[in-house]
Design a protein around this ligand. Structure first.
Ligand SMILES: [Cu+2]
Length: 181
């Protein structure tokens, strides 16, 4: 199950965006920044790939003035996108985060691979991948696994520009944190 939490109090267990969660830190919050370069031409999640433990909370934080972003799970309930989170997990969609410092959190309790995107920037390759515990589920399958599969008619394929930007599951398992830039 996945829950949307109220903001945690300042001074809590937030880790710096690039700090890898340590073993046994199952209650720590992992931060992912939504970034853009000064011109707004480049947009990305930082880090883009991360390995966490079951039950950890992920917090996306807006760091991109004037360039709104979302964090949105690959799931048919989110504008008919392909399913790329575990079958037993709830999809999330933050809606637009506008102001620097705006944030959105989910707690991920189902093991597997979670792929997500930014709604306005999916075609610019603004996507990310989270592995919770051990990899598995639809997010661990190739992007074209939906082809010809019953029940997937109408699902939007992951666009080519986005496919190139996902870190591999192997890289996430090896490094725990994969930078976007
Ligand atoms: Cu974006």
């Amino acid at each position: 199950m996945l829950t949307r939490r109220a903001f945690l109090q300042a001074g809590g267990l937030a880790l710096a965006g690039l700090a890898a969660p340590r073993r046994g830190s199952g209650d720590a919050v992992v931060e992912i920044r939504m970034q853009s370069d000064p011109t707004g031409a480049e947009v990305w999640f930082e880090p883009t790939g991360i390995l966490i433990e079951r039950g950890q909370t992920v917090r996306w934080v807006m760091r991109s003035p004037g360039n709104p972003h979302t964090t949105t799970a690959y799931h048919p309930r989110n504008t008919s996108h392909s399913l790329r989170i575990p079958e037993g997990a709830e999809p999330w969609d933050s809606g637009f985060l506008l102001e620097p410092g705006a944030r959105f959190e989910v707690t991920l309790t189902v093991q597997g691979v979670y792929d997500y995107f930014c709604l306005p920037h999916e075609h610019a390759g603004m996507v990310g991948r989270i592995v919770v515990g051990r990899p598995g589920g639809p997010g661990a399958l190739p992007f074209d696994y939906v082809t010809g599969r019953p029940g997937t008619a109408g699902w939007q394929p992951v666009p080519p520009a986005a496919r190139q930007r996902f870190p591999t599951v192997a890289a996430i398992l090896k490094d725990r944190v994969v930078r976007g830039r």
